[in-house]
Write a protein that binds this ligand. Structure first.
Ligand code: CU
Length: 201
């Protein structure tokens, strides 16, 4: 009995190991595939757009060639995605040390009805980041949103807060030539974000 067991065990071990490796490869390749799909669908946004910054000045993306730009869409009263994104980005910049200062963070509001340049300016004061807040007319903003394959939706609420804006959570990593070269996903770890940025610095 014991002899039988000891002969069969190595085989079972091999079969189980192969099964585990197979499942692992399958899971990893599926995850990678999903990320790739998202990645390539937004690879060719317009290389320039024009909106107004927090000082009411015209902002053109093309004026920032030579800089690394991290761009995302959101709104000032966002309870979750935006504050977490900003916090993660600032931690990633800290990991990069002095190089973190070379990065321009661009926050585009998808709620221009409430997020005026003045309010953007007040909001930005809370963060020690090289960050610009952009707004414009709904049409102007929608054009940029479409170009980046982002999305948002107004959600009416019964509370005093008025409405919420559901919005996509990707951060676009734009290189010195103005091209989107990578996407930061909401669940990416701070360390990984720093690595991604480091590649284009
Ligand atoms: Cu948000």
């Amino acid at each position: 009995m014991n002899g039988k067991h000891s002969k069969a065990l190595p085989y079972i071990g091999v079969v189980v190991s192969i099964a585990i490796v197979f499942l692992l490869v399958l899971t990893l390749s599926r995850q990678k595939h999903q990320k790739d799909i998202k990645y390539y669908t937004v690879m060719n946004p317009e290389l320039d757009f024009s909106l107004k910054d927090q000082d009411g000045q015209d902002f053109h993306l093309r004026d920032h060639r030579g800089e690394i730009v991290l761009l995302f869409f959101g709104y000032l009263t966002c309870p979750d995605i935006c504050p977490v994104t900003i916090s993660k980005l600032s931690r990633a910049y800290r990991i990069l040390g002095g190089d973190g200062n070379k990065i321009l963070t661009v926050f585009i509001t998808i709620d221009p009805e409430r997020d005026t340049p003045q309010k953007l300016k007040e909001y930005l004061k809370y963060f020690k980041l090289n960050m610009i807040g952009l707004t414009g007319t709904k049409q102007e903003i929608d054009k940029v949103v479409d170009s980046y394959k982002a999305s948002y939706q107004k959600v009416e609420m019964d509370s005093e807060a008025g409405y919420l804006m559901d919005h996509s959570d990707l951060v676009y990593l734009i290189d010195a030539k103005g091209r989107v070269v990578d996407l930061i996903h909401f669940d990416d770890e701070v360390e990984r974000i720093a690595q991604m940025i480091k590649k284009v610095l």
